[in-house]
Design a protein around this ligand. Structure first.
Ligand code: DP6
Length: 362
């Protein structure tokens, strides 16, 4: 599908005067990372992620038809019960970007009521779950106006819109494994939206566990957008983008064959490469904390001393995602409790696992 396929044409709004839609949309954790983009939110390399199950945003979009269409976007944002002016610029930018595809957006005024299942200041990125939840509410309005759209179109356009809000949000519509970004070995993959991993996945990856250790709950020092931009003149960018494409090929086989040794190697290398890119950009920046490294070290020790296939990954922050197969749940939880929680802020962590994607809420 091309960008033009997502433009809504010839619509009739007479049947939709007011109402509300609610969607619960998950966060996701990338295995092969998206780091580097061009306008408009086109990734420099494909990425692949596990959709999460427990970390999600619940958004209700109330809409009311305006008497007269005005030039501005009329909306209010309520986050966890409080009106938030500071959330508005990002949403306004999102509305501007998607207006071409959701042309009725200015015909309504909105109240966006949103909450996260995880603490806001946990350092867990809420842009993927937040933007995808809002995109789903908007495409739900489009479906109301144009009920003929198929489920596939609905999901693809939701992902397409979400991407325009935040790149990684494109991977939060479906589950359990999503690819975003064109790759020649993955049929139907696209830079414009995420698709479900199109091959059979080995059962060992079913309900794959992700325990998120909250090492540093502070605000991000460097926004993702700024970080992505530092890849433009980065001395290693070409090699990095080529490497990511090769890693997608390798991971495509690993996910089908269930080779956990290779999975561990590739996933940890991706996490460290992401941070290596940050540490070698100009200006450089370091998001890992001493406790991030301590945890990584301990995970590696545990792996070398046991038969475990535990591994770690990182996103743009200091928190550590501990990944392991469901069959190791009991042992790894014991290990985390006794050996890793001491390195988390206030011993905080979140147990999650691969999930099935966004859901309409009542
Ligand atoms: C490190 O999706 O947050 O988590 O498109 O600017 O909103 P924007 O960036 P964002 O970047 C996520 C980067 C990452 C890796 C990943 O999720 O693939």
């Amino acid at each position: 599908m091309t960008e033009k396929d997502f433009i809504l044409k010839d619509f009739d709004l007479s049947g939709l005067t007011s109402g509300s839609f609610s969607w619960q949309s998950p966060s996701n954790i990338a295995l092969v990372k998206y780091w580097g983009k061009s306008d408009p939110q086109i990734p420099k390399n494909p990425s692949i992620s596990f959709t999460l199950n427990n970390c999600h945003t619940l958004t209700t979009l109330e809409f009311k038809k305006k008497d007269k269409v005005s030039d501005d976007f009329e909306f209010e944002v309520i986050f966890e019960g409080k009106k938030r002016e500071d959330f508005k610029p990002k949403i306004e930018k999102f509305f501007k970007r998607i207006e071409r595809y959701i042309p009725f957006i200015r015909n309504y005024s909105y109240v966006i009521n949103t909450e996260n299942s995880f603490p806001h200041s946990s350092g867990i990125a809420s842009s993927a779950s937040g933007m995808s939840a809002l995109a789903l509410c908007l495409i739900n309005m489009e479906k109301e106006i144009n009920p003929e759209i198929t489920k596939e179109y609905f999901n693809r356009k939701a992902s397409f819109l979400a991407r325009l809000g935040s790149g990684s949000a494109a991977r939060s519509i479906e589950g359990e494994i999503v690819v975003w970004g064109e790759h020649r070995e993955i049929p139907e993959s696209s830079d414009l939206y995420g698709i479900r991993f199109p091959f059979d996945v080995h059962p060992v990856f079913k309900n794959y566990q992700d325990t998120i250790l909250l090492v540093d709950k502070g605000q991000k020092q460097v926004s993702s957008t700024l970080g992505h931009n530092l890849m433009i003149d980065h001395p290693f960018s070409k090699q990095r983008f080529d490497q990511a494409r090769k890693n997608i090929s390798a991971l495509t086989n690993i996910l089908q064959e269930g080779n956990l040794k290779n999975f561990v190697k590739l996933v940890e290398s991706e996490a460290l490469t992401l941070h290596a890119m940050m540490m070698t950009s100009d200006p450089d920046f370091i998001l890992m904390k001493p406790n991030t490294l301590e945890i990584i070290q301990r995970i590696r020790e545990y792996r070398s001393q046991t038969e475990s296939d535990i591994c770690f990954t990182l996103d743009a922050g200091a928190n550590v995602h501990v990944l392991f197969p469901e069959r190791e749940k009991e042992n790894v939880n014991t290990f985390i409790n006794s050996n890793l929680l001491a390195f988390c802020q206030k011993k905080q962590y979140i147990c999650d696992q691969a999930g099935k994607g966004a859901k309409k809420a009542n």
